[in-house]
Design a protein around this ligand. Structure first.
Ligand code: SAH
Length: 511
């Protein structure tokens, strides 16, 4: 008997764009103990899985580089069944829709034979995504009242294949070929032999819904040339029929302003999501290579000591969102007196820091107009209450600038600095990122702090000349410049949004 709690969920991962996963799919990923994913399922979806879930790629990812290996279908069955029988929730993430050319029948039969419970969650199949994302309609009031989904693989069988090519040539609607790239010369020739006009329009949509999407429009007669061996690598959807002629002029997906640009984000992983999302929303392909890592301090004594005397301070001063989180994490883990913060005023360096503070239901009393330490120091010094004799607690990074402390001390304030988190350089980059940079395949690197700038210089050195640097502020650009690397652009507003805006404005042509 199988364990009653174990179950297999056959989940459609959609065509590539991680936003096209269903809500049901996302919820199941979140509770899965084991995730078995296809090479066609976007690995980005794995971010919905829990940290302790076991993740297993079933091969072919990176196979072109000789890295992947394809796991045999029987082995997939065995993996699913044994995990479910051990009481685990297994998500089998399949590219597109699991029921469309997904060998679902075999997997379901195996599960039923093993008496394992299962559920099937549909996904957006590649044909539908290819159509929506390229503007090639599959049906059309005047040209096509039906659609056929066809596997091109069956055509490679020289003994005649299983496809009724004569029937397909007469089919009164749109033909959509999956897995049809390598066999295109065969099936195109056969359709023509069986009477389909050579002039029938054809659209080839590769990497549908991904930042690398391309669409080529041709005719059936040209297909053997356009798709001659080695000319185009799968995966692609090939749409054959008169509805292709009604392709929209506006390419909403590929005409987004950053489409085709490859941008490297260098913030620590836990802080990168927002910047990544806004760049992707504009069409960019985003790579992540954190340049610094944020860690806890090794010795909490100075912070604990400051926390025990919180009511002595007139001001708490935060220079980063990381500082806010590190401080409150420690504060909330101690027995602290809520009254201790009652009269303390709080200053932050900019909007991201203020937002972090808001997560603890606190509002800052001061936030400078320009998001830099000099401006913050000036606001504090000019505050109506004055600084003389006032006590300031600066909650800072292990390496940070001294300008705040120096300015405050010069105005006769009493300043204590406590390191609340460590900021460390990431020394070795991901080899794929390093190679992409070296080969000039990265259009922009976002440089979002001075510490990041220094670390990038140490990590990549001369390769930084092979890309364009987008600096978040003049200070950050200055650090780069001192090391011999000039920022192409500097944000006017020293925030992530400001940086994205500056990249957009620079409007340089894509590679
Ligand atoms: N179950 C999947 C299909 C798997 S068969 C689905 O429903 O989409 C694999 C074929 O799907 C590929 O050869 C290609 O023809 C097509 N395909 C999958 N993802 C694609 C994509 N992003 N763009 C174009 N074609 C894709």
């Amino acid at each position: 008997m199988s364990n009653p709690r174990g179950k297999v969920f056959l989940v459609g991962a959609g065509p590539g764009d991680p936003g096209l996963l269903t809500l049901r799919g996302r919820d199941l990923l979140a509770i899965a103990d084991v995730v078995l994913y296809d090479y066609l399922a976007n690995p980005r979806l794995l971010q919905h899985a829990s940290d302790d879930a076991e993740l297993l790629c079933l091969g072919r990812h990176g196979q072109a580089q000789g890295k992947g290996r394809l796991i045999a279908q029987e082995e997939v069955h065995r993996l699913m069944i044994s995990a479910a029988q051990a009481g685990k929730k297994v998500v089998r993430l399949k590219g597109g829709d699991p029921c469309v050319f997904g060998r679902l029948g075999e997997e379901v039969t195996a599960l039923e034979q093993a008496e394992v419970d299962y559920e099937i969650v549909p996904g957006v199949t590649a044909a539908l995504a290819a159509s929506s994302y390229s503007g090639v309609p599959l049906t059309h009031r005047d040209h096509a009242s039906c659609v056929a989904f066809i596997t091109g693989r069956e055509c490679s069988d020289k003994s005649g294949g299983k496809l009724d090519m004569a029937g397909l040539a007469q089919f009164p609607g749109t033909l959509v070929f999956y897995m049809g790239v390598t066999t295109a010369p065969d099936w195109a020739a056969e359709l023509i032999t069986h009477g389909k006009p050579e002039s029938t329009p054809v659209a080839i949509i590769r990497h549908a819904s991904l930042p690398t999407q391309t669409t080529a429009v041709t005719t059936l007669g040209e297909v053997p040339t356009v798709l001659a061996p080695g000319k185009l690598r799968p995966p692609a959807i090939i749409v054959v029929g008169d509805s292709v002629a009604a392709k929209s002029n506006i390419q909403w997906f590929t005409s987004r302003p950053l489409f085709g640009r490859r941008i490297l984000v260098t913030r620590p992983e836990h802080q990168a999501a927002e910047l990544i999302e806004s760049l992707e929303e504009l069409g960019a392909t985003v790579l992540l290579q954190p340049a610094i890592a944020i860690r806890e301090v090794e010795d909490f004594t100075p912070l604990d000591d400051a926390i025990s005397r919180l009511d002595e301070f007139h001001w708490l001063v935060f220079s980063s969102a990381n500082g806010v989180h590190a401080f409150f994490k420690r504060l909330l883990s101690t027995e602290w007196d809520r009254q201790a913060l009652a009269r303390t005023r709080i200053a932050v360096i900019g909007p991201a820091t203020a937002e972090a503070l808001a997560e603890y239901h606190l509002k800052s009393d001061i936030q400078p107009k320009e998001y830099r330490a000099e401006a913050l120091a000036e606001e504090l010094v000019n505050d109506a209450g004055g600084t003389a004799g006032k006590r300031y607690l600066l909650l800072r990074a292990s390496r940070g600038r001294e300008v705040l402390a120096t300015t405050l001390l010069a105005s006769r304030a009493k300043v204590e600095q406590v390191v609340v988190y460590r900021s460390e350089d990431v020394e070795v980059p991901d080899p794929e990122v390093a190679t992409a940079l070296e080969q000039g395949e990265i259009d922009w690197i976002t440089v979002t702090s001075s510490a990041i700038a220094r670390s990038l210089v140490a990590m990549f050195g001369h390769s930084l000349k092979k890309t364009k640097l987008a600096a978040i502020s003049p200070l950050t650009a200055g650090v780069l410049s001192e090391a011999g690397y000039e920022a192409e652009i500097i944000a006017e507003d020293y925030t992530s949004e400001g940086l994205v805006e500056a990249i957009l404005k620079s409007g340089s042509p894509k590679r």
